[in-house]
Design a protein around this ligand. Structure first.
Ligand SMILES: [Zn+2]
Length: 215
């Protein structure tokens, strides 16, 4: 069997630990369906799993992950819209109350855009996908005297704000937001220290979650 041993080992630990503790909950979720109130749009990056960062139990988070936690602006047409489909399901079927766009430090997608990395393939899926952050990059402006790290961090944070703007282009979602039925949030995870910052919409700044807010 070529199935990765790491996954077999992990599954084994899951059945001995978490599954036993959560068995009743899993059965209930299977019987009654999921009703998560929070949707998270995160990056594929292996260091920023929303379920881990937010210590989520099964059924609590509806998560969509893609390179650099992006949402393309609303559009119709014949192509395939993976993020839009997840958004539609989360908002219309599950009726989530919160949508969190979770950016993070050291994002490879943002870095590739910022440093104009060479395409990885002739088809260049990443380059085309990352062109979605062009409006965020325009807001940050030229790097100037900023260090490379600061420039990329600004871009990562501006991209979260840009993704929130793109979410507002979905007519049905926009209506629900204006009615107060859905609330949008921006957040940023600093990988090295594990620090979480939340976007203050009034100031446009990302504010670290203080220890006093932690239980
Ligand atoms: Zn990333």
């Amino acid at each position: 069997m070529n199935f990765p041993q790491r996954l077999i080992d992990g599954y084994s630990a899951f059945t001995r630990g978490r599954l036993q503790a959560e068995q009743h909950r899993y059965r209930e979720l299977a019987e009654h369906g999921q009703t998560p109130e929070i949707m998270v749009i995160g990056c594929c990056d292996s260091r920023v799993s929303p379920e881990v960062i937010f210590d989520a139990r099964p059924g609590e988070l509806f998560v969509v992950r893609n390179v650099a936690n992006l949402v393309p602006p609303f559009e119709t047409g014949g192509t395939y819209h993976g993020v839009s489909a997840a958004l539609e399901f989360g908002v219309v079927a599950l009726k989530v109350k919160h949508i969190v766009v979770l950016g993070h430090a050291h994002c490879g997608g943002i870095k590739a855009y910022a440093e104009e990395a060479a395409p990885l393939s002739p088809g260049d899926f990443i380059g085309r996908w990352m062109s979605l952050i062009a409006p965020a990059a325009a807001k940050v402006g030229p790097r100037g005297s900023m260090s490379r790290e600061e420039y990329i961090e600004r871009m990562e944070k501006a991209s979260v704000v840009n993704t929130l703007d793109n979410l507002m282009t979905f007519p049905r979602l926009r209506k629900l937001i204006e009615q107060g039925s859905v609330v949008l949030h921006g957040a940023y995870f600093g990988v090295a220290a594990g620090e979480l910052s939340v976007l203050d919409k009034a100031t446009g700044e990302f504010r670290p979650v203080k220890a006093s807010e932690l239980k």
